[in-house]
Design a protein. Structure first.
Length: 204
């Protein structure tokens, strides 16, 4: 059973839970592939995929795993060192950007009193994967703005904290998808149902 998922989702959300699925369904042989590109189900031989998008694709059966929001996270000592207490204080920080999910400008525009010029002048680092930006935040290298789904273990361990309460609602989220034109194999259906239940449990 071939599953395609974005790399950050695979590393931060699915991998920590994978053993639970395999214990529940030891008969399922799982083939996990990672890519940020939208998979071609027929060409790539994929049975099921996780996509991060707006859920609109008439060729696919889509099921949202959870409603997504962008949260600000950083290492505890980063807050103390820079005295970051209010969204306006972000100008003193380094912003860790994800080039695929550029949420910092809308977050700052909505929650801070900084001008466009001030926002543009804030130093930052660009990453092409959320998991690398999250790791940089854990190491005290800046503020990351990302999905709560991807920071479960870091928040649980105290490696990351949320210095500000404001969160940015997003029109995109993680969806489990498969072609409308093809029926799911029993193993793929088991995984789909498990993914949905696990995501709903984690977000409740």
């Amino acid at each position: 059973m071939k599953l395609s998922v974005p790399p950050s989702f695979a590393a931060k959300w699915f991998a920590p839970r994978m053993a639970s699925f395999l214990r529940a369904y030891p008969d399922v042989a799982l083939d996990l592939t990672t890519s940020t590109a939208f998979v071609d189900f027929e060409l790539d031989g994929v049975d099921l995929a996780i996509r991060y998008f707006n859920g609109e694709d008439p060729s696919l059966t889509v099921e949202k795993l959870c409603t997504d929001e962008a949260h600000v996270y950083c290492a505890p000592d980063y807050v103390k060192r820079l005295k970051v207490r209010h969204p306006d204080d972000v100008k003193k920080a380094t912003l860790l950007h994800n080039t695929l999910h550029p949420h910092w400008s809308p977050w700052l525009g909505k929650f801070s009193r900084l001008s466009e010029e001030q926002i543009a002048s804030i130093p930052g680092i660009q990453f092409d994967q959320s998991l690398i930006a999250i790791d940089a935040a854990v190491r005290g290298q800046g503020l990351v703005l990302t999905s709560a789904m991807l920071t479960d273990s870091e928040r649980a361990s105290g490696a990351l904290i949320e210095p500000f309460k404001p969160v940015l609602p997003l029109s995109t989220s993680y969806y489990v998808v498969h072609p409308v034109s093809a029926a799911l194999q029993p193993s793929a259906l088991k995984l789909k149902e498990w993914l949905i239940e696990e995501a709903h449990t984690a977000s409740s």
